[in-house]
Design a protein around this ligand. Sequence first.
Ligand SMILES: [Zn+2]
Length: 368
Amino acid sequence: MAKSKKTVSVMNEKSKSFLKEYLNTPSPVGFESGGQKVWLNYLKEYVDTTFTDAYGTAVGVINPDKNFKVVIEAHADEISWFVNYISAEGLIYLKRNGGVDHQIAPSQRVVIHGRKGPVKAVFGWPAIHTRSGSAESKDQQPKVENLFLDCGARTKKQVEDVGVHIGNAVTYADGFDEVSYGNYIGRAFDNRIGGFMIAEVARLLKENKKSLPYSLYIVNAVQEEIGLRGAEMIARRIKPDIAIITDVTHDSTTPMINKMIEGDCACGKGPALVYGPAVHNKLLAIIEKVAEKNKIPLQLRAVSRSTGTDTDSFAYANEGCPSALISIPLRYMHTTVEMLHKDDIENTIKLMYESVLALSPKTNLSYF
Ligand SMILES: [Zn+2]
């Protein structure tokens, strides 16, 4: 097999430092404004105008005055926890805020976003020695009901005195890092990598002095993790003619994942295009052609019923908006060590960029 030739890097030093800062800024579901500020601050020089909506979805617009509207979209929120109950001994019990994984919680470091600012805490877990005492404690598995945070306080009052109260959001402390062979790790690449990639599309359009025959909305929606809610709100407001969504998907090549169910998708082999009823076939065909023309490697996935991403919100908004989903493969989704490959980031940016350039108000998306 011929060795593929080395492609020119899309990301530069500035964009990489933005990626790190953005990834390391907590943006729990419902409290995304921290990350949104970082994102808007990077995006603003590449767009003509920006706005935000009532719940914090952030939008940059190129050519705001055109009638035809195209959206490229990602989601800004990250899964997290909510403080739910504080015991007399000063231990803090939680509720999920999105699909946060209880199995990975024991011994993680977290940040409680308290009234007086960030409070450090840990998920305590009984020692292996003390667990062996009885059959009952031996096989204890982490569950929402038995997981607790220890912030160092020993009474309920001490917890309250550091500014923690019921309803505070809690995020894991782990951030961006790199491992070998071009792989990045961190928490919440789902879906801050999407926000990063759509911002890079805007940067490339600006730097390459491209003019578009329509309005391009670069949308970073809130509250995806609890039911695609931010996208629902902003789709109704913008009323786009076309939407291209980007989110993460599972690399199915690591152990304990069934390819017969999950399909075959791997990090490093390019963005994945999705077939499913919410995905518009003619729009999808345009994107596939763009990939072929630009020699961008592709993987294919199928979904039954819904895509489970903001694509559904855009597709079924208003009177129906032709939508497509470009996914980037990710290992270990919803853990603190989500892993993805740099080449896929670059290729997904290129695919979105070239797709945006291929669209126009004259693009025929009629099925008949
Ligand atoms: Zn997710």
